[in-house]
Ligand binder design. Structure first.
Ligand code: GLN
Length: 248
């Protein structure tokens, strides 16, 4: 009997120390999935009051839930997201971010969870009707986006004016500082709906795949995210979120 009490006591001490070690040992953040984004990109990420909502915000939250993690969003310039992922400031970059070869040199991408198309916004009164008409015009873009890359490559650096977010580029179009804005189609629709006198050219610019950026060394997280994305696609969760923000 004495022996049993002794064994029980030892077992309890070991269990208690293990619990304490677990609770104090790791960083508290270890169980938080932190998503870096630029929350000026409706309907993927934008502010509703002081809360960041949108397709990426909701899909990110569901992924965290699948992984048994808490979820947190950090808002930053689009231009800083890839380095924030590389440096471990955030765990994932999710910002309507297009998979591009040059980005793949710095981070890995998950499987694709959405499609984007680069489009051109002009004023309704504009003489610009096709992509060719953009030659010699001043094009507003969001810095370091694919729109920035295409505009710079196709029309030359001198034709491009960079803004830190899409709303600022659209504002510059409204006030006549730039002649056009190249941006992703869904944000374009949202900006055109929210601003008088703007329209989207029918000629689309480029088709793209959106994916989640993860640090190169974080292959375990990448695998878990891909698994979660597969499940969320199969059970219709992602479609439901997309349909909620982009009514057919
Ligand atoms: N899809 C574009 C890119 O990846 C724009 C993304 C954004 O502005 N949030 O560059």
């Amino acid at each position: 009997m004495k022996k049993l009490v002794k064994i029980l006591a030892i077992v309890m001490v070991v269990a208690l120390s293990a619990t304490l070690l677990y609770a104090c040992g790791g960083k508290e953040d270890d169980n938080v999935l932190v998503m870096g984004t630029n929350a000026a990109f409706p309907p993927y990420e934008y502010y509703e009051g002081d809360k960041i909502v949108g397709i990426d915000a909701e899909v990110g939250a569901l992924i965290a839930e699948k992984l048994g993690m808490e979820f947190e969003i950090q808002d930053m310039d689009f231009n800083g997201i890839i380095s924030a992922v590389q440096n471990g400031v955030v765990d994932i970059g999710m910002a309507g971010m297009t998979v591009r070869e040059d980005r793949l040199e710095h981070v890995n991408f998950s499987t694709t969870y959405a499609k984007g198309v680069q489009v051109v916004i002009v004023k309704e009164s504009s003489e610009i009707a096709t992509l060719d008409d953009l030659a010699g015009k001043l094009i507003g873009v969001q810095e370091a986006t694919t729109g920035d890359a295409y505009a710079s490559e196709d029309y030359g650096e001198e034709s491009v004016k960079r803004y830190t977010n899409g709303a600022a580029a659209v504002q510059a179009l409204q006030s006549g500082i730039v002649d056009a804005v190249i941006i992703d189609n869904e944000p374009a629709k949202a900006f055109v709906a929210a601003n008088e006198g703007l329209t989207i050219l029918e000629t689309a610019y480029a088709d793209e795949d959106y994916a989640i950026a993860v640090a190169k060394e974080n292959t375990e997280l990448l695998e878990k995210i891909n698994q979660a994305l597969a499940e969320l696609t199969a059970d219709g969760s992602i479609d439901a979120i997309v349909n909620k923000y982009i009514p057919a």
